[in-house]
Design a protein around this ligand. Structure first.
Ligand code: AMP
Ligand code: GLY
Length: 423
């Protein structure tokens, strides 16, 4: 069996690690991969957005199954292209991936399917948006509709902040085409939860729910990032809650996409706010979360290869239900100083030997090898995942290892998962 993972971040390292465990004899390629994936698979220097190059690679190397990590190639139609070329790929088509790539599309779909979410309006005209904001007041959430790498959402406590966010999106065009349309949403209060579903077009099977920490600083302060750490299981994420999310959110979304002629096959990420009125959708993503994948995949005991292959072939997953490993997983992200705004790269990383074990996995996110040395190459550099019998044990393992890894400007949160226990 030959498998290809598309992408080169921490999520893709965790995917390659999971595939290596699920299919020990498989040949695994990662495009482009990173120094972490190079240790368990073959990296091929084709970028995740180079659809021509990826199609050629899958054909030339007789890949049996391609799994796409990030959203951009999915939104650009890699699944459509592979299907047209007779290649087997796990991930939604461009039409289905609009559930992430266009927030305006996702919000309308949710409204039409009565899926619980924040009320909203969309605007292309700055004056009309300003007038609406003035009438609505704060708190309010202002978002660029298109793909903005997790940086296009502004939770605004005051009207001034909301006006400034609007100007950045519609006037300064900070997000380019992704900000042609702005979505203004009701502010929802509660704790967040991420639930990933493996979907075959009709069925949606959940993996373990997890929680991401999006703010840069401890205590949930500072700007939103792609995610500074994550953990699973989450006390709030009971089986009853997950079943309610499947029934009232995932299945209606799949039905609506099916009716729209865009059946959804792949991982569907439901980003939820657990409000007093029950779970409501913050956003859908067309892929696994990063860094949530770095805890959810190590906790998934069952092999994902067979269900992904079935879905990629257009077959159903029947009554497949994954077993989850006992215990907990927690990941701490080590980021570059200045992330998420601007940061230097090329700084040497010291990874002490003997740190890694079955219960301590170091997933590479933004690293590179220069002249034989491991150096930083991105905003998020490493995700250090600890596994343990309890969340506390997993947290201690993750933190101790995070402490011992060194690079200049290492920026991290020591409080990932901290709200789950009291002392
Ligand atoms: P998004 O890009 O839509 O996932 O938004 C990024 C982050 O902004 C979310 O993870 C939430 O923390 C926050 N957020 C987004 N929309 C809302 C909302 N309607 N109410 C409260 N917080 C939100
Ligand atoms: N961790 C949030 C995301 O992957 O979108």
């Amino acid at each position: 069996m030959k498998l290809l993972v598309v992408g080169g971040g921490g999520r893709e390292h965790a995917l390659a690690d999971k595939l290596r465990r699920d299919a020990p004899d498989a040949e695994i390629l990662v495009a482009p991969g990173n120094p972490g994936t190079a240790r368990l698979a073959e990296n091929v220097p084709v970028r995740a957005n180079d659809l021509d190059g990826l199609e050629r690679l899958a054909r030339d190397r007789d890949v049996h199954l391609t799994i796409v990590g990030p959203e951009a190639p999915l939104a650009a139609g890699i699944a459509d292209r592979f299907a047209a070329a007779g290649l087997t790929l796990f991930g939604p088509t461009a039409a289905a991936a609009r559930i992430e790539a266009s927030k305006a599309f996702a919000k309308r779909l949710m409204r039409n399917a009565s899926i619980p979410t924040a009320s909203f309006r969309t605007f292309e005209d700055a004056d009309a948006a300003r007038a609406y904001l003035d009438a609505h007041g704060a708190p309010v959430v202002v978002k660029a509709s298109g793909l903005a790498g997790g940086k296009g959402a502004f939770v605004c406590a005051t009207l001034e902040e909301a006006r400034a966010a609007l100007d950045q999106i519609l006037v300064d065009e900070r997000f380019g085409d992704a900000g042609e349309t702005v979505v203004i949403e009701e502010f929802m209060e509660g704790e967040e939860l991420s639930v990933f579903f493996l979907c075959d077009g009709e069925r949606a099977v959940p993996l373990a729910p997890s929680r991401d920490h999006k703010r840069l600083e401890e205590g949930g302060r500072g700007p939103n990032t792609g995610g500074m750490g994550a953990y699973a299981p989450v006390a709030d994420g009971t089986p009853e809650l997950v079943e309610a999310v499947r029934r009232t959110i995932a299945l209606p979304a799949l039905a609506a996409l099916g009716e729209a002629g865009a059946p959804y096959r792949g991982f569907l990420y439901a980003g939820l706010m657990l409000t007093r009125e029950g779970p409501r959708v913050v956003e859908f993503n067309c892929r696994l979360g990063d860094p949530e994948a770095q805890v959810v995949l190590p906790l998934t005991h069952s092999s994902l290869v067979e269900p992904m292959l079935a879905v990629a072939r257009g077959e159903g997953i029947g009554d497949w239900a994954p077993a989850t490993r006992e215990g907990a997983a927690l990941t701490t992200v080590l980021a570059s100083r200045g992330y998420p705004v601007s940061y230097s790269t090329g700084l040497p990383i010291t990874l002490p030997g003997g740190l890694e074990s079955d219960d301590l996995r170091i997933y590479h996110a933004g690293t590179a090898t220069r002249e034989g040395r491991l150096v930083t190459a991105g905003g998020r550099v490493l995700a250090v995942t600890g596994l343990g019998a309890t969340l506390r044990e997993a947290a201690e393992r993750s933190r101790e290892a995070a402490e011992r890894i060194e690079f200049e400007g290492k920026t991290w949160r020591r409080d990932i998962g901290r709200t789950e226990w009291s002392d």
